[in-house]
Ligand binder design. Structure first.
Ligand SMILES: Cc1cc2nc3c(=O)[nH]c(=O)nc-3n(C[C@H](O)[C@H](O)[C@H](O)COP(=O)(O)OP(=O)(O)OC[C@H]3O[C@@H](n4cnc5c(N)ncnc54)[C@H](O)[C@@H]3O)c2cc1C
Length: 473
């Protein structure tokens, strides 16, 4: 890798628009430029560059390639695996590209590639509209969309990518293209699930949906002695919602100040409080220790737990999947494993496990091979999210997530084998956006991998966008 001279830095600056920024480690604002949600994912870039247009991005890519620099692209900065950071290379920070324009008539929204979901939720909320975005809305539209995207509205409208109408991409050559159902269709297919391996997405257009009514929901906490009843209630809710009006997550958390382990449920019901309470009666009748629920406009719902997920801690995420209904012995065993881990690594007290039994009905309306994303099946995601503070615990905390995901995966495969094909066929059983970047491309993309590999060779043979999964095979 070459070293960048100050003359080259000046040349890069001169080629960009005046509103763009190029920061070296000595510049004011550089530390903010390489900051990520997980402090363990931060790396010292040689240059942190803040473009303000697709043309700027194109110039930066050409500069990076000409100087054989490592390249990282940062949207919202939530990758815990470090895929949006570079050690000694050029970091494209898209935080100056967050414009969001709503077209009320067509109910569509056009969003720049560095936007956060909060911006989108608020812009759409003003018009009684909503998009399928992330449930913690300081996450980036970029990373979440390009890897698939699940949200509270997924039971009703599918994945984020199932609502994507077009994406503007700056390719490895610097060429700026639009990909949609009618333009650059190969790239549009690849962008929906494996997008970060194909270019820098500088703009997205999504279909939004009418969302005039308030929704009801929030968090409930229960003592571990009620684990069985809570998971039974969770299974009941999933089974009884035939219209996709609700979604919930159930798992284990250890909130401050005591950091005692509790069973948590986050629920959202798309309707009035009265109906939501009636629907959640199996949970509410268990008399949660804590109930933080309320009726709110949809634009608020994805901000409910933002403060519980702050920037600045060391973090890792690892995903797996689970068949419906959640096996109670499996949940009990996962809880015992969770307790053991917290005892053996007290620094990791803030760790969380989340079962996300989101109905896949709408997701399964799109065939597995219609998009590069290959995690469509009659199952749901499970997230192991370790949180800690000391660098010396990095490996043990990351390894715990990997081990737990492996265990969950073995259970999943056994269940799938027992059910024959009735679980849904060819889904890979793992969400790549839960930082599965150490996995092989074929594991994460299954039946779609051969086509993906071919497209990667065509559009990015030099693996300029190589920080995520290995798509070259
Ligand atoms: C607190 C938290 C809550 C989450 N909630 C959800 C959820 O509700 N639903 C869900 O589906 N996922 C969720 N996730 C997972 C989330 O989808 C991923 O972490 C995602 O990668 C975040 O995107 P980002 O832009 O913030 O991250 P970044 O770290 O900026 O990017 C992640 C990857 O995408 C690439 N990338 C980002 N933007 C662009 C772009 N514009 N063009 C090209 N490449 C780009 C980066 O290079 C990197 O490889 C959550 C994660 C966290 C940490």
């Amino acid at each position: 890798m070459s070293v960048i001279s100050s003359q080259q830095v000046d040349e890069l600056k001169a080629s960009l628009s005046t509103s763009a920024l190029v920061l070296t480690p000595e510049s004011e604002g550089y530390d903010e430029g390489i900051k990520r949600w997980a402090s363990s994912a931060e790396k010292p870039a040689a240059l942190a560059v803040f473009p303000t247009s697709a043309e700027d991005v194109s110039k930066i890519l050409q500069f990076s390639t000409a100087n054989s620099l490592d390249l990282a692209v940062c949207g919202g900065g939530h990758s815990t695996g470090g895929s949006s950071s570079t050690d000694g290379g050029i970091s494209i920070n898209l935080s100056k590209m967050r414009k969001c324009v709503v077209d009320v008539e067509s109910k569509t929204v056009s969003i720049e590639g560095g936007a956060l979901w909060k911006v989108v939720d608020e812009a759409l909320g003003k018009h009684g509209l909503a998009a399928v975005g992330g449930t913690v809305n300081h996450t980036g539209v970029g990373g979440l969309t390009l890897g698939g995207g699940y949200g509270w509205l997924t039971p009703k409208y599918g994945l984020t990518i199932d609502n994507l109408l077009s994406v503007e991409l700056v390719l490895a050559t610097g060429e700026i293209v639009t990909a949609s159902a009618t333009q650059n269709t190969d790239l549009f297919w690849a962008a929906r699930g494996a997008g970060s391996g194909f270019g820098v997405a500088t703009n997205f257009v999504f279909q939004a949906h009418e969302q005039k009514n308030h929704v009801w929901g929030g968090m409930m906490l229960f003592p571990p002695s009620q684990l069985r009843e809570v998971f039974e209630a969770s299974n009941f809710l999933t089974e009884s919602d035939k219209e996709g009006k609700s979604a919930h997550g159930v798992g284990f958390v250890s909130p401050p100040p005591t950091f005692d382990a509790l069973v948590a449920v986050m629920v959202v019901y798309n309707g009035p409080e009265e109906d939501g309470r009636k629907f959640c009666e199996p949970l509410l009748s268990l008399k949660p220790l804590v109930e933080h629920t309320s009726s709110m406009p949809y634009e608020k719902v994805n901000g409910m737990v933002n403060d519980l997920m702050p920037f600045g801690l060391r973090r890792s995420m690892k995903g797996s999947a689970c068949l419906f209904p959640i096996s109670i012995p499996l949940a009990e065993e996962a809880f015992q494993d969770y307790l053991k881990f917290k005892t053996s690594v007290p620094d990791a007290a803030g760790t969380m496990v989340l079962f996300e039994p989101i109905s896949p009905r709408k997701i399964l309306e799109v065939p597995q091979t219609a998009t590069a994303f290959a995690n469509r099946g009659k199952y749901f995601n499970v997230l192991f999210s370790s949180t800690w503070t000391q660098k010396e615990n990095d490996e043990v905390c990351r390894e715990w997530g990997r081990e737990m995901a492996k265990k969950m995966d073995e259970f999943l495969r056994k269940g799938m084998a027992a059910e024959g094909g009735s679980w849904g066929g060819d889904g890979v059983g793992q969400y790549a956006n839960y930082d599965s970047f150490s996995e092989k491309g074929e594991v994460m993309f299954g039946v779609n991998f051969p086509r993906l590999k071919e497209l990667k060779r065509r559009y990015d043979p030099g693996n300029v966008f190589g920080k995520g999964l290995n798509l070259l095979g």
